[in-house]
Design a protein around this ligand. Structure first.
Ligand code: IMP
Ligand code: MG
Length: 175
């Protein structure tokens, strides 16, 4: 996709290489038991598809819709569940798969919510982390890339629902 507002920050090749490493690392960290991956819609679905296939152990996948953002670039501070899980988490190791950790508001809410469902453990895997923007402290066990405070799109990330299908992660200038 040619668009003068887009500048590649992380290429598709870099993304895939990092995901292979993460898949191996996470698989080593969970040698046995049920590993329930939870994809946070919609942004994380590309990361989920690639990360789950980079795992060298059996996993279960499910999806959850949650939103803390309006149509623009800043958080509304409001979190709501738009689609809940189909599965019980009791006694499972849970891996939340998220596209990006920004303020941390969404994940703080989500971890609290899921911990009430009595899982064995809950950890987070995020493709991107923007640590400068944090408002709530949240422990992210697995991070693809730490990035500076710039608004990015592609590989699942959107601006007003556009650009999710880019292979690369790009900075969106002047939107
Ligand atoms: P948080 O609650 O502020 O951590 O927000 C996390 C959510 O905000 C992510 O799941 C994204 O949907 C969205 N988000 C944060 N930063 C960006 C960005 O740079 N590009 C696109 N979406 C973003
Ligand atoms: Mg999201």
């Amino acid at each position: 996709m040619k668009d003068p507002k887009l500048r590649v920050l992380i290429s598709a090749g870099q993304i895939q290489a990092r995901i292979r490493e993460l898949g191996e690392q996470i698989s080593r960290d969970y040698p046995d038991g049920t590993l329930q991956m939870i994809c946070i819609l919609k942004g994380a679905c590309f990361f989920m598809a690639d990360l789950s296939r980079a795992m060298t152990r059996d996993v279960l996948v499910d999806f959850m819709g949650i939103s803390s953002y309006g149509k623009g670039k800043t958080t509304s501070g409001e979190v709501k569940v738009t689609k809940d899980l189909d599965v019980s988490l009791e006694n499972s190791d849970v891996l939340i798969v998220e596209d990006i950790v920004d303020s941390g508001v969404t994940l703080t809410y989500l971890v609290n919510l899921l911990e009430q469902r009595r899982p064995k453990s809950v950890r987070i895997a995020a493709m991107l982390d923007k640590p400068e923007r944090r408002l709530r402290e949240v422990k992210v066990a697995y991070v693809g890339f730490r990035i500076p405070d710039e608004f990015v799109v592609g590989y699942g990330l959107d601006y007003g629902e556009r650009y999710r299908n880019l292979d690369d992660i790009c900075v969106l200038d002047g939107a």
